[in-house]
Design a protein around this ligand. Structure first.
Ligand SMILES: NC(=O)c1ccc[n+]([C@@H]2O[C@H](COP(=O)([O-])OP(=O)(O)OC[C@H]3O[C@@H](n4cnc5c(N)ncnc54)[C@H](O)[C@@H]3O)[C@@H](O)[C@H]2O)c1
Length: 327
């Protein structure tokens, strides 16, 4: 039987990505679209079908969905998620998990609200998932396969550079590839709400790394670069276009020497393919986990860990001390 899906929040990302994606997810029925703004809910229903609701609790009572896809802006994530989980509705929420002011200036106090979602999840019979859809990008999946295949050897270090536009996604990818961060130290510069930021990181697996985020990078250039070093080889991914390059350690000792292998993911500059497809991947994987009663990642805990790193960078820069995480 098809799973009943309700979408909460019918703004830009819902209409541009989630709703077109849900139309392509197998074995689901898009039953309800809810927005506090009546015009937005009505417009979304006219385009994608389902029934319009303007109040979340009324929608949950009437529809009893199997899945709620929570798409408001980040200051409005906590209340709906606590409500959907309180009614044992499997919930997937947009990234970042929570922030009160601006997602480019996540505060340590934002973790308190995010924790409320984890507490609601603990009491619920339902799943809590994050829509970190970059895990479903062609580059993200290929890089993860490379790491897991053992071709790069045992993990050694990771270097990340990203436009702040995709900041929370890139922190999530870094954790996905290297695991939990146990300590970081950071510095920030620039203007409020767009601050450049750099951190050194220590991972639970004993490896080290660094991450830099900037607003000052051309959007025509790859918005993120992840360089993963294993003890056999190093791989660099340039999302959202181009190839993944693999450099074996046994090759020429000249820095910048020949690339051992180029994995063509798709042609340079092809961004549109990544867009909705990664949402289809994320929502399909979550609905499958719900149907099969299987564990799902990225979970609410992955959302919380990502937010901790984001907030920890500002806290470290402010206090001048490193931040340790209990993971
Ligand atoms: N995964 C991605 O790649 C990606 C891309 C873009 C945006 N996002 C994220 O998506 C989220 C939404 O961004 P947006 O640009 O669509 O925002 P938006 O402001 O365009 O839309 C949010 C909508 O949610 C509605 N809303 C708020 N609280 C509600 C509630 N309790 N019940 C029902 N409706 C409610 C608002 O009325 C509004 O229509 C943000 O967290 C953003 O960071 C993710």
């Amino acid at each position: 039987m098809a799973l009943k899906v309700a979408v909460v929040g019918c703004g830009g990302v819902a209409r541009g990505s989630h709703l077109p994606a849900w139309k392509k997810v197998p074995d689901i029925e898009l039953v309800a679209l809810c927005d506090k703004d009546k015009a937005r809910a009505d417009a979304a229903v006219a385009q994608f079908g389902g029934k319009a609701y303007y109040d979340l609790e009324e929608m949950l009572d009437k529809v009893k969905p199997d899945i709620a896809d929570v798409c408001p802006r980040e200051p409005d994530h906590c209340a709906p998620v606590v409500i959907t989980l309180g009614r044992n509705v499997n919930t997937i929420v947009e990234k970042p998990m929570f922030c009160k002011t601006n997602q480019l200036a996540v505060q340590w106090s934002d973790l308190k609200e995010a924790k409320k979602m984890l507490d609601a999840w603990k009491k619920s019979k339902a799943k809590l998932a994050m829509n970190f859809n970059y895990r479903h990008s062609p580059h993200g999946k290929r890089m993860k396969q490379l790491i897991e295949s053992g071709e790069l050897g045992k993990p050694v270090a990771i270097v990340v550079h990203a436009h702040l536009w995709c900041w929370s996604h890139v922190i999530d990818l870094m954790r996905w590839f290297m695991g939990d961060v146990v300590e970081l130290g950071a510095a920030v510069s620039g203007i409020p709400n767009q601050m450049e930021r750099s951190a050194w990181l220590k991972f639970k697996n004993g490896c080290t790394g660094s991450i830099t985020g900037t607003w000052h990078s051309s959007m025509t250039h790859a918005p993120l670069r992840i360089d993963y070093t294993g003890d056999k080889a190093r791989a660099t991914m340039y999302n959202l276009s181009g190839s993944i390059e693999v450099y074996g350690h046994g090759g020429p000792s000249i820095p910048g020497g020949p690339v051992d292998k180029k994995i063509e993911v798709f042609g340079d500059g092809v961004r549109s393919e990544f867009g909705v497809n990664s949402f289809i991947g994320s929502l399909t994987a979550f609905s499958r986990a719900v149907r099969e009663g299987a564990e799902y990642a990225p979970s609410g805990l992955d959302g919380y860990r990502e937010l901790e790193i984001d907030a920890g960078i500002f806290k470290s820069a402010e206090t001048g001390e490193s931040i340790k995480f209990k993971v």
